[in-house]
Ligand binder design. Structure first.
Ligand SMILES: Cc1cc2nc3c(=O)[nH]c(=O)nc-3n(C[C@H](O)[C@H](O)[C@H](O)COP(=O)(O)O)c2cc1C
Length: 234
């Protein structure tokens, strides 16, 4: 399946065999190219062993992708955008994946990355049982009408995006060719929801690889109660 096709089938996996992913597959994963939302923001990622992280989930996998970034405007959206491509890629390899907002680096075993801050991790590994969705009805999501000023079918890939506690913090408005993207503010989930916005934008990118363009426009239209993230053309 292509990454675009995977958008309509993916789901978070929380049931894994304890068998580590082998070295050849790890090398393939490390070579996967990801397109950034903000190319100027430096990001570092690695594959960590279970003892390098702290997470209360009982199902945490033997290996995890740990992600660091420079802390600057757009850094969290950039991480979401980059690593949602990885999430879909890992699933296209037959692996199970789950974003792990509750994961932390273990200060006793993890090494610091100079000039960067730890952002989030992805648990991945060999799944137990069926890891995909086979029907769109199996996605628990808001409707197109709820997430935008018009029910635009081009927004379907963003609608299906995963988000922290399934909060789906996105709202879209249309103006000419542009689709403006907003985040619904939520103090408790602000950090995670900025990552979520990047994830939804990654789905729009993968569904429109040829034409996708993202800009943060200085003279965007404000929508009361929402935080502007950027504008896309598809
Ligand atoms: C940024 C982010 C953080 C998440 N953190 C966790 C987590 O700590 N633990 C967990 O079990 N699921 C976590 N999830 C998975 C979400 O709960 C899941 O994506 C959402 O409920 C939608 O379900 P789906 O991914 O199966 O479509 C996270 C997802 C995102 C995008």
């Amino acid at each position: 399946m292509t990454l675009h096709e995977m958008i309509y089938h993916r789901k978070s996996c929380r049931s894994f065999t304890n068998v580590p992913v082998d070295g050849a597959m790890i090398e393939t994963i490390k070579a996967f190219p990801m397109k950034p939302l903000y190319p100027e923001i430096k990001v570092h990622w690695d594959i960590a062993a279970r003892n390098q992280v702290k997470c209360i989930c009982p199902w945490t996998t033997p290996q995890l992708i740990t992600i660091y970034s420079e802390e600057t405007d757009g850094w969290l959206e950039n991480v979401g955008f980059l690593f949602q491509q990885m999430d879909l890629y890992l699933q296209s390899l037959g692996l199970g994946v789950c974003w792990l907002g509750m994961g932390r680096m273990n200060p006793k075993t993890a090494t610091e990355v100079a000039g960067m801050k730890f952002v989030i991790m992805l648990a991945f590994g060999h799944p137990k049982g069926d890891r995909l969705r086979h029907d769109l009805k199996d996605f628990k999501r808001k409707t197109l009408e709820q997430i935008a000023d018009q029910a635009d079918p081009r927004l379907e890939p963003a609608r299906l995006a995963p988000s922290a506690v399934n909060s789906q913090p996105w709202y879209f408005t249309h103006e000419g060719d542009a689709i403006h993207t907003y985040r619904i503010p939520n103090d408790r989930l602000s950090h995670m929801n900025q990552i979520d916005m990047g994830i939804a934008l990654a789905h729009l990118y993968l569904a429109n690889e040829e034409n996708f363009q993202f800009v943060k426009s200085e003279n965007h239209t404000n929508v009361s109660g929402y935080d502007y993230v950027g504008s896309v053309t598809l």
